[in-house]
Ligand binder design. Structure first.
Ligand code: SF4
Ligand code: SF4
Length: 159
């Protein structure tokens, strides 16, 4: 827990005023979102339920400066089962917008995120092309032909 002076009682209202953040105050902390989140499965520091509690408690700086904000894969599994229609995937989008607008994110970091997004998109296309190339064959579609192209793209990002 941080110092009481670092808590901002207006944080939850500011988030609720953002597109995507409107339903955050309806959360009753059941934890269904966290239980279904694929990111939590690989890194238990990441918890949608906990992030919502931090927003409702007013931990503005802790939330907006955290690298965990950028872990969400926007798969919306959390939104599908939320009994309160909080739409946490959209809440995360709103929090990221706020982090950028309030100066918690450096320009170089945003450029890296952008590069990773472009790489992921290029790799996805390679995998789709590889699957389509084997579409007419009697065996199930294989992604093996994409292996070399994918490896080359990943290698090109290494310094
Ligand atoms: S599933 Fe919905 S109500 Fe439950 S903790 Fe997550 S956001 Fe809150
Ligand atoms: S949208 Fe983000 S928080 Fe929700 S389940 Fe997917 S990765 Fe987890």
């Amino acid at each position: 827990m941080g110092e009481i002076s670092t808590y901002d009682p207006n944080f939850k209202y500011d988030v609720a005023a953002q597109p995507g953040g409107e339903h955050i105050k309806a959360c009753f902390s059941c934890g269904t979102c966290t239980a279904g989140c694929p990111v939590t499965e690989v890194d238990e520091r990441y918890s949608p339920r906990k992030i919502i509690r931090q927003v409702l408690f007013g931990q503005r700086e802790a939330v907006l400066s955290s690298e965990l904000l950028w872990y969400c894969e926007t798969c919306y599994a959390c939104s599908a089962y939320c009994p309160q229609n909080v739409k946490f995937g959209d809440v995360m989008r709103a929090l990221r917008e706020m982090a950028v607008a309030e100066g918690y994110v450096r320009r170089e970091f945003l450029q890296r995120v952008h590069n990773v997004d472009r790489l992921a998109h290029a790799i996805r296309l390679d995998l789709v092309r590889a699957a389509l190339e084997t579409w007419e064959e009697p065996e199930p579609a294989s992604l093996a032909p994409a292996g070399e192209a994918v490896r080359a793209k990943i290698d090109a990002t290494r310094v």
